[in-house]
Design a protein around this ligand. Structure first.
Ligand SMILES: C[S@@+](CC[C@H](N)C(=O)[O-])C[C@H]1O[C@@H](n2cnc3c(N)ncnc32)[C@H](O)[C@@H]1O
Length: 243
């Protein structure tokens, strides 16, 4: 069983202290002053609140720096993501896309770049607010993220939909994970079984599951086809004959 670390909230300057207080209260996270962070938590996950922006940092990583999200940069430097776009290029953009494991919406962004409208759901409230702020700041309007457990939206998903899932299968391997994903893997717990089974039972005629080559987790149904990359693969459950 992996151990989960809840991130602390802190602030970059006195001017952003109030904002940090509000954020920590709203999401039930501990607030620590920068001095307390330096003294007592210099190996922890921190959400830094600034006046204009919010940053994340894993202080346990030597020489780590606070990072934010940059959607367009993500696209050009990550070859595996092109595999995701190759996968979604097989589908019609008139399908509604449901990203039921939204996280930072980096995958949603790549899907939306192909012309799809994406409804994204994230169960963790601090993460949903963080991602929503970044989407707004970077003027990305074709992804709508909501703070909801995806299990509660299965009933509203129509046939002509694609469900996208990128669950955490419990593997935390620094060699494979980018800093963004590493932060999520350390701070969040997942129950991939439930969301995968509920998706397979939903009306959606396409379900795409992202798998990592080190995942041991087995899904009981076999996919219709799979796109394999060096590090990740996409398993596709294609039920379009039911349309
Ligand atoms: C590996 S991350 C996804 C990263 C995402 N693909 C991206 O590009 O940023 C998995 C995310 O799914 C969320 N999640 C897992 N189960 C969920 C559920 N039932 N409802 C909503 N979100 C869920 C987790 O909180 C976590 O943020």
């Amino acid at each position: 069983m992996k151990s989960i670390q809840e991130p602390f909230v802190s602030y970059l300057s006195e001017k952003s202290r109030k904002k940090a207080e509000t954020f920590s209260k709203k999401h039930g996270l501990f607030l620590q002053s920068p001095r307390e962070v330096r003294k007592f938590h210099n190996d922890k996950l921190i959400i830094w609140i600034g006046q204009e922006d919010t940053y994340l940092q894993d202080l346990s990583i030597k020489n780590s720096k606070p990072f934010s999200l940059n959607f367009s940069k993500h696209q050009s430097r990550n070859n595996n993501k092109n595999l995701l776009q190759r996968c979604f290029s097989k589908f019609d953009t008139s399908f509604s896309v449901y990203d039921l494991t939204a996280g930072f919406c980096l995958d949603s962004f790549l899907i939306s770049e192909l012309g799809f409208k994406v409804k994204a759901y994230e169960k963790e409230s601090w993460l949903c607010e963080f991602t929503k702020e970044k989407l707004k700041d970077q003027k990305i309007f074709n992804i709508k993220i909501k703070n909801k457990n995806s299990l509660d939206v299965m009933g509203e998903i129509e046939n002509k939909s694609i469900i996208y899932l990128d669950p955490m299968f419990g593997v935390d391997n620094k060699a494979f994970a980018k800093k963004e994903m590493h932060f999520l893997r350390k701070s969040l717990n997942d129950d991939p079984d439930k969301v995968i089974n509920a998706s397979l039972e939903s009306k959606a005629c396409l379900i795409v599951v992202k798998r990592h080559k080190v995942d041991k987790f087995k899904i009981k149904n076999n996919p219709s086809f799979e796109l394999q990359g060096k590090v990740v693969s996409f398993q596709v459950y294609d039920r379009r004959e039911k349309l």
